[in-house]
Design a protein around this ligand. Structure first.
Ligand code: DGL
Length: 277
């Protein structure tokens, strides 16, 4: 393991790789540890308590592996676990460490995209039910600035996890949810892909939305937000090791992770198995 402390990137499975890739593009100088809890994925339909427990265990594991800063590159974990980890776990266990999520930076970016204020949020059932996006949007912009329509797309994660990114079956489910979204608000001009798996369906999603609608993935937004965070927090930045090394860990089979990671990242990686509880 390279010297210095690392940035941990956590997801329930593969989806966070879409975030990691953009972070490494923007901040190639640091060392990263990616952890996918594939053995217990998906998180999207699990209860608040279970997602919190799993995420807390993963964060502790990443701290044990030498991470000083952990990005929850999973909307479901950010929605259901981040606040409690920040407010309860960190002060008691690791006050010098930090855990950041993907929802707040995505919400901060909204005003750069929407012209008419009509926003569609596509996410897992868990993220939608948590109301995290509408709550964060109201906190940041006040009530009434945006008209938010949320929709859970429960078939999209299994399709991506099965590498079914094209074909008639996938097209059916992509069109189905987008039709439902625009039936609820035909004026939507900005769609947030509020699940880290969804960017892999982006080419198909783009075919079924009106051409003027902006489709926002989170990778570059989270990467830019992390770069900004590190500028504002030199006490954190100076503790991070340099070298551009990325290590990959999964709680399930490493060979399977390596094969699927190629789909998500477009190049091969080497992965190891790890236990987190
Ligand atoms: N990566 C998760 C998210 O962004 C979705 C996958 C899951 O359900 O575990 O919400």
């Amino acid at each position: 393991m390279p010297a210095g402390e690392h940035i941990g990137v956590f997801d329930s499975g593969y989806g966070g790789l879409t975030i990691l890739q953009e972070i490494v593009n923007v901040l190639p100088q640091y060392n990263y540890i990616y952890l996918g809890d594939n053995a217990r994925a998906p998180y999207g339909s699990r209860s608040f308590e279970v997602v919190y427990q799993y995420t807390r265990e993963a964060v502790h594991r990443l701290f044990d592996m030498g991470c000083r800063l952990v990005i929850l590159a999973c909307n479901t974990a950010s929605a259901k676990a981040l606040r409690t980890i920040q407010q309860v776990d960190l002060p008691a266990l690791a006050p010098e460490k930090r855990v950041l999520g993907v929802i707040r930076p995505s919400v901060e970016a909204l005003s750069r995209y929407s012209v008419n204020g009509h926003i569609g949020i596509l996410a897992t059932r868990g993220t939608v039910a948590s109301e995290s996006y509408p709550i964060e949007i109201e906190k940041l912009y006040g009530a009434g600035r945006f008209k938010i329509t949320q929709l859970a797309c429960p078939m999209w994660v299994p399709l991506v996890e099965s590498n079914e990114l094209t074909g008639a079956g996938t097209e059916y489910f992509v069109r189905k949810y987008l039709t439902q979204l625009f039936e609820q608000d035909a004026e939507i001009d900005t769609i947030v892909l509020g699940c880290t798996h969804y960017p892999l369906l982006r080419p198909l999603i783009a075919r079924f939305v009106p051409p003027h609608v902006k489709i926002i993935g989170q990778g570059h937004i989270v990467a830019d937000s992390l770069a900004d965070y590190l500028v504002r927090h030199p006490e954190m930045e100076e503790k991070l090791g340099r070298g551009g090394h990325v290590s990959y860990y999964t709680t399930d089979n490493a060979g399977l992770f390596e094969r699927m990671a190629t789909v998500f990242m477009g190049h091969e990686i080497v992965c190891s198995s790890v236990q987190i509880c």
